[in-house]
Design a binder for this molecule. Structure first.
Ligand SMILES: Cc1cc2nc3c(=O)[nH]c(=O)nc-3n(C[C@H](O)[C@H](O)[C@H](O)COP(=O)(O)OP(=O)(O)OC[C@H]3O[C@@H](n4cnc5c(N)ncnc54)[C@H](O)[C@@H]3O)c2cc1C
Length: 458
């Protein structure tokens, strides 16, 4: 039996792990990994915060996989735009979608359309230098609300509150540094609907928040309530226990402990009710006090609190984008699938179509979880190949690349990424940084393709 050609769409951790596992599956395959950006690594590069170098180091493991040379990276190709899914399916025996999640989940409360209400994803893309997103960011508010109690909310609150000087060792793009330096912020208020035992922070990330220079973390005793559901959660999870301990420790602080010029306030049992505006601008966030009902869920108390803020960030979750030609569940924001086998409207698997990562199971879980996810998806792909559901007759990737060239698509390669990677490191060196990110897409593409460029960074 001859080699099967497999296309993977999306070079984030899910796509790279899927490629790695597939290459070691025993199946004879050629693997093409498509990515719409000229840089691989997905949200590890464009989601993980710049002041988390330890997490960014996961890139080294992903680099080692792609460096081997048995997986062909084809960057700067947007599937659904530069190439249709139908075309891709004609050229390959099977296609795996690992396109992640790239949008903010919607929040429907009055005032959400005011101009100072931002999505966390958009802000993260700005500070992480995504080439297709905003290059400037309005940082004019002194008091800011962040809605949500997950790690993204923590990242957003921390980056908003941190002094830019403390980000200067990171890969922070130049335009972001300039933007952050103008921020007059003094207070960031993080709001969560449920209690301290229900927050979704990781213990380490939360503890880190307490060590940010010249930023105090303030919690409020009246926000601390533990019902039976909370006690059960604390007893059954070490993770919850650690988070609660950190939060409770912070309640012991005395007023004289608060000396910093900037503060992050963590508010629990506050459900966002309305964003209040005056003359078309945000002036406050109205929250409804909630109470625990016994099982860890909450109900409203009818008591409302207004906190003055001039900007609001929604950090209540990510949502995937629809790719034309691929089934999409508009409610859950995922590609409908059974354990990674994509299913059509009739609920039956579509032969040769798979999904993995955040687009498969929704935008939850750390990078490590995309590996087990990929194992399951690839397991089913191999099974389908063994029983002949996936054939070995497709023309394969070379014909697709010939097609891209004919269309003038300026695709990039692994070697191209090596050039861009080296370029960014060179830019960072005189500044004492590991790299300085290039945000401008044209420069990214031209450097990768060894073409002339004007060196514009953003
Ligand atoms: C703000 C934020 C901070 C995070 N911080 C951490 C952290 O500190 N530690 C941790 O473990 N996890 C963290 N995570 C979670 C982690 O980023 C995810 O678990 C992981 O990135 C999901 O991987 P994925 O490959 O499914 O999706 P992604 O990482 O989103 O990768 C998807 C890739 O597909 C590409 N793509 C999309 N559409 C197309 C298309 N049509 N054609 C071609 N390519 C396409 C995208 O450009 C992207 O490169 C964070 C997430 C966010 C949002």
């Amino acid at each position: 039996m001859s080699e099967r050609s497999i296309a993977i769409v999306g070079a984030g951790p899910a796509g790279i792990y899927a490629a790695d596992i597939l290459s070691k599956s025993g199946l004879e395959v050629s693997i093409d990994l498509y990515e719409k950006l000229p840089a691989p690594y997905g949200l590890v590069r464009y989601g993980v915060a710049p002041d988390h170098p330890r997490i960014k180091q996961i890139i080294t493991a992903l680099f080692n996989i792609l460096q081997r040379g048995d997986i062909r990276l084809i960057g700067n190709v947007d599937i659904g735009v530069d190439v249709t899914v139908e075309e891709l399916r004609e050229h390959y025996d099977a296609v795996i979608f690992s396109t992640g999640a790239d949008k903010d989940a919607p929040l429907n409360i009055p005032g959400v359309d005011l101009p100072e209400v931002h999505g966390a994803a958009d802000f993260v893309y700005w500070y992480d230098g995504h080439p297709d997103r905003a290059r400037t960011w309005p940082l004019e508010a002194q008091e800011i609300a962040v809605l949500g109690v997950g790690n993204v909310a923590l990242d957003v609150a921390r980056i908003l509150a941190k002094h830019p000087d403390d980000l200067m060792r990171t890969e922070l793009p130049k335009n972001v540094e300039e933007g952050l330096r103008k921020s007059p912020v003094t207070d960031v208020h993080v709001f969560g609907r449920r209690g301290p035992a229900q927050v979704k922070f990781s213990p380490l990330e939360l503890r880190e928040l307490g060590h940010v220079r010249d930023v105090d973390v303030i919690v409020y005793e009246e926000d601390f309530d533990f019902d039976e559901g909370s006690e059960a959660a604390i007893a059954s999870s070490n993770h919850v226990k650690q988070v609660v301990k950190t939060l409770v420790d912070w309640t012991m602080k005395e007023p004289e402990d608060f000396t910093a010029s900037r503060r992050i306030h963590l508010h629990f049992l506050h459900s966002p009710h309305e964003i209040i505006g005056e003359d078309g601008h945000v002036t406050a966030i109205r929250t409804e006090r909630t109470e625990l009902t016994g099982d860890g869920t909450v109900r409203g108390t009818g008591e409302f609190v207004d906190t003055p803020v001039q900007a609001v960030y929604r950090a209540i979750g990510y949502f995937s984008s629809n790719i034309p030609g691929v089934p999409f569940d508009e409610v859950r924001g995922v590609i409908p699938n059974i354990e990674g086998r994509v299913v059509g409207d009739d609920g039956a698997p579509i032969p040769g179509m798979f999904a993995t990562g955040w687009v498969k199971r929704g935008p939850v879980g750390l990078i490590g979880s995309t590996k087990s996810d990929a194992q399951q998806t690839i397991g089913h792909l191999v099974e389908d190949a063994m029983i002949g559901i996936i054939g070995d007759t497709a023309p394969g990737g070379d014909s697709m690349i010939a097609e891209l060239e004919e269309r003038g698509v300026r695709y990039t390669t692994w070697h191209g990424w090596e050039l861009l990677d080296a370029y960014e490191r060179e830019l960072g060196e005189p500044l004492g940084r590991e790299r300085l990110k290039v945000v401008e897409r044209e420069t990214m593409t031209a450097v990768s393709r060894n073409e002339p460029h004007d060196g514009k960074l953003y």
